[in-house]
Design a protein. Structure first.
Length: 218
C-alpha cells in the first residue's frame, strides 16, 4: 500500500513538473518574440530611411524658370524635379512631358516650348535680323547718297562768314567740331576768299578743293 502511494505521489510530482516547465517555456517565448519583432522593425526603419535619403542627380532644361542640375529623391517623379527647377514657364508645352515618370540618376528632363511660341520667337528673330541689315545698309549707303546730293547744282552755297555752325555742317566733310572751328576762326578775322579756310585747323588743300564749289564769301 505504501509503495502504491509513493508511486502515485511520484507521478503527480512529475506531472506538476512538466506543467511548470511548459509554463516557463511559454513565458520565455513570449518574452523573446517582442525583442525579435523590435529588431525587425528597427531594421525596416533604417532601410526605409536610407531609401528616403538616397538622391539622384538630374538636369532640368527647356521651358522652366530656373534650368540647372538638381539633386532629388531617388523615388521622385519628373513633376517634382521640374518643381525643383522653379516650375514651367508660361509658354511651356506640358502635354509633351510625362510628369509621372520616375527619375533616374543622370537623367535629362527637357520641357519643350509650345509650337506657337517657337514660331513667334523665330519670326521675331528674323525681323530683328532684317531690321539690323536695313540699318547697316542705311549707314553704309546713306553718306554716299548725301555726297551725291552735294555733287549736283541743286545744293545752295553756304556763306562762310555768316552761316551758323549747323548750316556749315551741310558742307561735304564738315562735322560739328570742324564747323565750330570755322566759326571760331572767323571771329579773328573775316574770310575774304575760300582760300582763307586754310586758316581753320583741320582744313587742308584736299578738303578745300572739295569745299570750294559749295562756299560763298559774303
Amino acid at each position: 500500500m505504501q509503495a502504491k502511494a509513493k508511486k502515485i505521489i511520484f507521478i503527480a510530482v512529475l506531472i506538476v513538473g512538466c506543467i511548470i516547465t511548459s509554463l516557463i517555456s511559454t513565458n520565455d517565448k513570449e518574452k523573446t518574440l517582442p525583442v525579435s519583432s523590435l529588431l525587425q522593425s528597427a531594421q525596416g526603419a533604417v532601410t526605409s530611411k536610407a531609401a528616403q535619403t538616397k538622391t539622384v542627380r538630374v538636369q532640368v532644361s527647356g521651358a522652366v524658370l530656373e534650368p540647372g542640375i538638381y539633386d532629388v529623391h531617388a523615388s521622385c517623379r519628373v513633376e517634382e524635379a521640374i518643381a525643383a527647377a522653379g516650375g514651367m514657364t508660361e509658354n511651356a508645352d506640358s502635354e509633351r512631358v510625362n510628369l509621372v515618370r520616375k527619375v533616374r540618376d543622370g537623367m535629362q528632363i527637357r520641357v519643350p516650348v509650345q509650337k506657337a511660341a517657337r514660331t513667334s520667337r523665330t519670326q521675331r528673330k528674323s525681323a530683328q535680323a532684317k531690321s539690323g541689315l536695313g540699318e547697316s545698309a542705311s549707314k553704309k549707303y546713306g553718306s554716299a547718297k548725301a555726297g551725291s546730293g552735294r555733287n549736283n547744282s541743286m545744293m545752295q552755297n553756304v556763306r562762310i562768314n555768316s552761316a551758323s555752325a549747323g548750316e556749315l555742317q551741310q558742307l561735304p566733310g564738315i562735322g560739328p567740331a570742324l564747323a565750330q572751328r570755322i566759326v571760331e576762326t572767323r571771329k579773328g578775322g573775316r574770310f575774304t576768299s575760300a582760300d582763307d579756310l586754310l586758316r581753320v585747323p583741320g582744313i587742308g588743300k584736299a578738303k578745300l578743293a572739295k569745299l570750294r564749289d559749295y562756299v560763298e564769301v559774303d
